[in-house]
Each structure stands twice: as structure tokens, then as C-alpha cells.
Design a protein around this ligand. Structure first.
Ligand SMILES: Cc1cc2nc3c(=O)[nH]c(=O)nc-3n(C[C@H](O)[C@H](O)[C@H](O)COP(=O)(O)OP(=O)(O)OC[C@H]3O[C@@H](n4cnc5c(N)ncnc54)[C@H](O)[C@@H]3O)c2cc1C
Length: 429
């Protein structure tokens, strides 16, 4: 499978480099070329991607770079990266239990490892390791089993004792008498974080370089179908735009779009929140997750401690969540990392995540010929961004899913061949 490695677009944007930085410093950084154009939509395209998040932009980039389909538009109702892509806590890992999940997340992780070079855009991918804590004997036993399964798929992961964890995370409280004692855990050292906005901007710039039109403030309001039922294009806030292939990558709004197209998706849209503390000196150089308490922590390059929680328990399209989730998260954070009690919360926010019953994504053809959906990534799709875009571009280009995407088709909800990561990972970040 071609990865589209290192290809440059035909318009040949100047490369970002230390020399470009120095050259532009001489003119007070006033002469940088815009990273992407802001064109008006053409009457029609070979393919339209609905949703300018990381997944949609990656899809457009791989359609152009791998499949040579360059007459493509990405339609975004707001601004690119303004959805979950710019709101997530950026945890990246591939240590999933089931073979199908391991295949797609590891495919993505490999692409992360070369993304900055390929896009010529520093996405600040930092393989600082991701630790998952066990708070009970049962969880520890289950983790040992999971580690063996993950290793059978050739993915790096190791069991850790509580003492190992204390060494890696000195600020953690390993007192065995606390409510959620640290009994051990496991680590994926190749996991880590990246700069979320940069991922959207990097894919947008590289896709634009291939001639892809990125059209912001353009909401898709309906789908037009021909007499044969096949897709003919989309109705938008900027008028009708024609295309024989349409890929929807709209995360929390996927079910809204599928309703417009006349079918239902097995998706629930829920708020998911995160928050950051005021910035402090470096004190944690890895990511620590705790599924049992639905709390995870890392430190941003600016010094803020980044905290995430579980989803709200109700459906909503409001990009904010409830206070009880924040209270629960902070109670656990203060107990596990006592220094947190002296910090102030700087900012909280929420996104709308699209959760499937089996906590696995949908990458699929639909009942409408020419219309494809990529959604259902729920609380954990940022890590999949490059892999998801890569396999979805393949589906849109060829009309058939490749081996990595095939298990994630809508068909699985009819056949019962679910990829049930729900039981495997309480929180799927
Ligand atoms: C608080 C929070 C923390 C998270 N933490 C992590 C994490 O640590 N690790 C991880 O892997 N994942 C995490 N996630 C999940 C991750 O953010 C998402 O799975 C992923 O970013 C989805 O990317 P996307 O491109 O599909 O969606 P989005 O970035 O949401 O993009 C979809 C776009 O579609 C647009 N759109 C919707 N409807 C229309 C329409 N009708 N017309 C045109 N455009 C439309 C939206 O405006 C949006 O920009 C988190 C999510 C949240 C909210």
C-alpha cells in the first residue's frame, strides 16, 4: 500500500525550514505565503469531503497524494480544526486489544512517526509514552492479558509495577490506602502526544499544495441524488456543489448528515470535556491514563497540565459539558497527583463525540451509492487521524474498503461482527 511519502504538491509551495525562518525574519515575517487559499467553490468536483477536521483534511490530502484525485473540495461549516480536532487532549497510542483495532491504530501510529517530514509541517509529535494505570487486582490481571494480546500483534507494550510508575511519574501518589490505589499498569513507549491544530493546518497546507479547495464557512445542508439513487452533489450554504463521490467526516454531526441522506447511523452524540491548569514548570514528561476513574493527565509544551475525563451521560450537540464531570475528574486528580490541589483551573471546554455501541469507528459505504461515511471515533479518534484519512481516501477512490478498513463497515451492525473495544477500554482515548 503506497503511503504517499514525501511527495510535494504540483504548485510547489516554498518549504518551511530554518533557512525560510531566517529569510523571513529579515522582512519581519511580513512576507510568508498564506498556508492555504480561500477559494470560492467550483460548480463541481471529482470528490467532496464534508468536514474540515483532521480526518477530513487527511482524507483530501491522501486522495490527492496517493490516488491522484486532486479536483477535491473540503467543505467545513466553521473553521478547519474547530471541531474535536482542536479540542482534544491529543493522546496517541495503538495498544488496542482486538486485532482489527490494532491494525488501524498501528497503521496510524506509523504514519504519525513520519508525518512532520511528509507534510513539511512540525506537528510536534512527541513519543513520550502513554501509561495506563490499574487500580485493582482485577484490572491488573486484565491488563496483563491485554499486554500479551497487544504484543502478539507486534505492538510495543510493557507491564509496569507501582514502583516502576513512581519512577516514571514522581508526582504520582502511590500510597496504597488511597481510594484509587496505584497497583501497577502498562506503558506504550511509542505513544505520546502531538499539537492538534498543527495536524489540521499541516494537512490543509499539504492538500492545498495539490490543488485541493478548502472551503470554510460552508455548511452542507442536504444531499442531491439522481433518479438511480446515486449521489449527485451536496446542497450547501454557498449553493449546490456537484460530485459523484462524497465522503462525510463530521464526527459529532455524522448522524445529522446521515438523516439528511435518508438513513440512520448507530451513533450517539455526547459532550466530552477537558481542562487545563495554569502553566507550571515541567513536572510530568509522559501521559498517564486511568480508565477506572476516567481521568488522564499530561503536560503541554506551554506548561499547562492537561486533564481529560469521560463523556457526559446524556446526548447533546452543545460544545460544553456538565460540572459534575469536572468535579469527579478533579477529585481523582487531587488524590492521585497531590500537587494539583495548589493549582488553578485555567480553561475548560467540550466537544461533541460520536460514539458507536462497540466503541469502534465506521469507515463505510452507505445505502446511497457514491456516499461514504467515516465517523464513530468517539473519544479516541485524534490518534487515528492519519490512518483514518489514509484508508478512507482509499475507500472513496476505489469504492471498496481495503483490508484495514473492511472490519469497520456498517455491515457489522447487521452481521453482529462487532469490534467491541468497549469492554477492552473503559475510556477509548
Ligand atoms: C475533550 C476531548 C478530548 C479528546 N481527547 C482525545 C485524545 O486524547 N486522543 C484521541 O485520540 N482522541 C481524543 N478525542 C477525540 C478526537 O478529538 C476525535 O475523535 C477526532 O478529533 C475526530 O476528528 P474529526 O476530524 O473526525 O472530527 P472534527 O475535528 O470534529 O471535524 C469534523 C468537522 O465537521 C464539521 N461539520 C459538521 N457538520 C458539518 C456540515 N453539515 N457541513 C460542513 N461541515 C460540517 C465540523 O464543524 C467539524 O469541524 C477527544 C475529543 C474531545 C472532545
Amino acid at each position: 500500500m503506497a503511503l504517499g511519502m514525501g511527495r510535494r504538491g504540483p504548485t510547489g509551495k516554498p518549504r518551511y525550514s530554518i533557512f525560510a525562518l531566517a529569510r523571513n525574519a529579515l522582512s519581519y515575517h511580513e512576507n510568508w505565503q498564506a498556508a492555504w487559499r480561500s477559494p470560492e467553490p467550483k460548480p463541481s468536483y471529482d470528490a467532496i469531503i464534508v468536514g474540515g477536521g483532521g480526518h477530513g483534511l487527511a482524507t483530501a490530502y491522501y486522495l490527492a497524494s496517493v490516488h491522484g484525485i486532486r479536483n477535491v473540495a473540503v467543505l467545513e461549516k466553521g473553521w478547519i480544526g474547530g471541531g474535536n480536532t482542536g479540542r482534544n487532549t491529543t493522546i496517541i497510542r495503538s495498544n488496542y486489544l482486538w486485532d482489527q483495532s490494532a491494525a488501524i491504530y498501528e497503521h496510524a501510529l506509523k504514519l504519525w512517526e513520519t508525518m512532520s517530514q511528509e507534510l513539511n509541517f512540525n506537528v510536534m509529535f512527541s513519543q513520550r509514552g502513554v501509561i495506563t494505570l490499574a487500580h485493582s487486582e482485577h484490572e491488573l490481571r486484565e491488563m496483563r492479558r491485554r499486554v500479551e494480546a497487544i504484543r502478539l500483534n507486534g505492538i510495543d507494550t510493557e507491564v509496569l509495577t507501582a514502583a516502576d510508575i513512581k519512577k516514571l511519574v514522581p508526582i504520582i501518589n502511590t500510597d496504597p490506602s488511597i481510594r484509587y490505589p496505584v497497583m501497577g499498569g502498562f506503558i506504550q513507549k511509542r505513544g505520546g502526544t502531538a499539537r492538534h491544530d498543527a495536524v489540521a493546518w499541516g494537512y490543509a497546507r499539504a492538500a492545498d499544495d495539490f490543488g485541493v479547495d478548502i472551503i470554510q464557512n460552508c455548511e452542507v445542508t442536504g444531499f442531491r441524488r439522481g433518479a438511480d439513487g446515486a449521489i449527485q452533489g451536496v446542497e450547501t450554504s454557498k449553493g449546490f456543489i456537484g460530485a459523484k463521490k462524497v465522503g462525510c467526516v463530521a464526527a459529532g454531526h455524522s448522524a445529522v448528515l446521515s438523516e439528511m441522506a435518508g438513513f440512520k447511523l448507530p451513533i450517539q452524540a455526547r459532550p466530552l470535556q477537558a481542562l487545563v491548569s495554569e502553566p507550571i514548570k515541567p513536572c510530568i514528561d509522559t501521559v498517564v491514563m486511568s480508565n477506572a476513574v476516567h481521568m488522564y493527565i499530561s503536560q503541554s509544551d506551554k506548561g499547562e497540565l492537561v486533564f481529560g475525563a469521560g463523556t457526559d451521560s446524556y446526548n447533546s450537540y452543545a460544545q460544553r459539558g456538565s460540572l459534575n464531570i469536572v468535579e469527579h475528574l478533579l477529585a481523582a486528580a487531587v488524590e492521585l497527583y497531590p500537587i494539583v490541589s495548589r493549582l488553578r483551573v485555567l480553561r475548560t471546554w467540550g466537544g461533541i463525540v460520536d460514539t458507536c455501541p462497540d466503541a469502534s469507528p465506521i469507515i463505510s459505504k452507505t445505502p446511497v451509492p457514491g456516499l461514504y461515511f467515516n465517523c464513530g471515533w468517539g473519544t479516541g479518534g485524534f490518534k487515528a487521524t492519519p490512518g483514518s484519512g489514509h484508508v478512507f481516501a482509499d475507500l472513496v477512490a476505489n469504492g471498496q474498503p481495503n483490508a484495514i478498513a473492511a472490519p469497520f463497515s456498517l455491515e457489522r451492525f447487521r452481521t453482529g461482527f462487532l469490534v467491541d473495544e468497549h469492554g477492552a477500554a473503559g475510556v477509548a482515548h
